[in-house]
Design a protein around this ligand. Structure first.
Ligand code: WQD
Length: 338
């Protein structure tokens, strides 16, 4: 069975392609290579022995999307990762985010709506909850006013899919709300490749550990938390990838269900920034150079997932601990800097 993975040479996309191939799916990747390298295909092939079909394509070009689906009539489903995802950049360039994250989504859904039956998985984010009132966060928690155009594209993206599914019984969709992905494939063949100065905590920690960065700035230590630093739910990217396969199998096999569902993907455990630093120091045996600075605009205090729905309905549960995920991230950092 052929599955299209958009953004499939990106961080989460490439790890998901590996898990799909391991389950026997034939994978076609579309990527515009704006935030990743085609060399990632070699990493995927090194792990699974199979090089996915790859087409470099900008999903903003509607005619190209239509041509693609004419060429690949046998696509049974789409896992849609391709999107711009830098929160800060989205504030500066909102129209780039609305065009790239939503225009492309509409074109994909238009093509899938023409098929007798199609499955669609949307890469969403816990950012839709903003600062949730209650921890852990369930899928029923209210979606709050987006803190950024990036977050808004995730909220609007979910609504576009929901409204389309309502009038398209042949379309079967799931939105997966990721908490904080981290780590790398244990083989060391694929991992996170942030371009420029990393915005996210874990790559900044490992780059500081390897000496690429002078020191980590911890954005605030007077939040109302166990040690004053923000709490997040850090999930191993391989666990996250496996959840996509579980979601796809539900779409392909479970007929009598709602044709649009939402799942939180996290470990269910919250970790503070200082606890993540301590994890790095445990797995690396190195002292991390960091300083406490002012809070970062837009950061929320705490977010970690209630994972019961994904556990029970998808039959999926995150397996890796924070240290195991951090160890994979650190090994990857050392490998790519060799
Ligand atoms: C985590 C914690 C920072 C960097 C973002 C997006 C979210 C998703 C994941 C795409 C926070 C602190 C960070 C640093 C720090 N992206 N931090 N120093 O902000 O939870 O989520 O990435 O889907 O949508 O919003 O992740 O890794 O940036 O920050 O102290 O140099 O680490 O304040 O508390 P975040 P993050």
């Amino acid at each position: 069975m052929k599955i299209l993975v958009t953004g499939g040479v990106g961080f989460i996309g490439s790890h998901t392609v590996v898990e799909l191939q391991k389950e026997g799916f034939e994978v076609v990747i579309i990527d515009d290579l704006s935030n990743s390298s085609v060399k990632v295909l070699d990493g995927i092939a090194a792990i699974t022995g199979k090089t996915p079909i790859f087409e470099k394509l900008d999903l903003r070009e509607k005619s190209k999307v239509q041509d693609f689906f004419i060429k690949h009539q046998d696509i049974a489903g789409v896992i849609h990762f391709a999107a711009s995802k830098a929160v800060g950049e989205s504030v500066e360039k909102p129209l780039l985010y609305y065009e790239n994250n939503l225009g492309t989504l509409v074109y994909l859904l238009q093509e899938l709506s023409k098929k007798d039956r199609a499955s669609f998985i949307f890469s969403s984010s816990c950012t839709v909850y903003g600062q949730a009132d209650k921890m852990p966060i369930t899928e029923g928690a209210p979606v709050k006013e987006a803190e950024s155009p990036y977050g808004n594209t995730k909220q609007m993206g979910e609504e576009i899919i929901r409204d389309t599914c309502r009038v398209t019984p042949s379309l079967n969709a799931i939105a997966l709300r990721y908490f904080n992905p981290m780590g790398a494939h244990p083989s060391g063949e694929i991992g996170e490749l942030p371009i420029g100065v990393p915005q996210n905590l874990v790559p900044f920690i490992t780059q500081t550990g390897i000496g690429l960065r002078e020191e980590l700035s911890v954005f605030g230590d007077d939040y109302p938390t166990v040690d004053g630093t923000c709490i997040r739910d850090y999930i191993h990217v391989v666990d996250l990838a496996k959840a996509h396969v579980a979601a796809l199998q539900r779409l392909l096999n479970d007929k009598n269900k709602e044709n649009y569902e939402v799942f939180n993907l996290g470990t269910g455990k919250g970790s503070s920034v200082l606890e993540v630093i301590q994890s790095f120091e445990r797995v690396s045996g190195k002292k991390l150079n960091y300083k406490i600075v002012d809070k970062r605009e837009g950061d929320i205090t705490s977010a970690y997932a209630d994972t019961l729905k994904a556990n029970e309905v998808l039959g999926w549960k995150a397996e890796s601990t924070l240290d195991e995920a951090m160890k994979s991230a650190w090994e990857w950092e050392q490998k790519i800097r060799k």
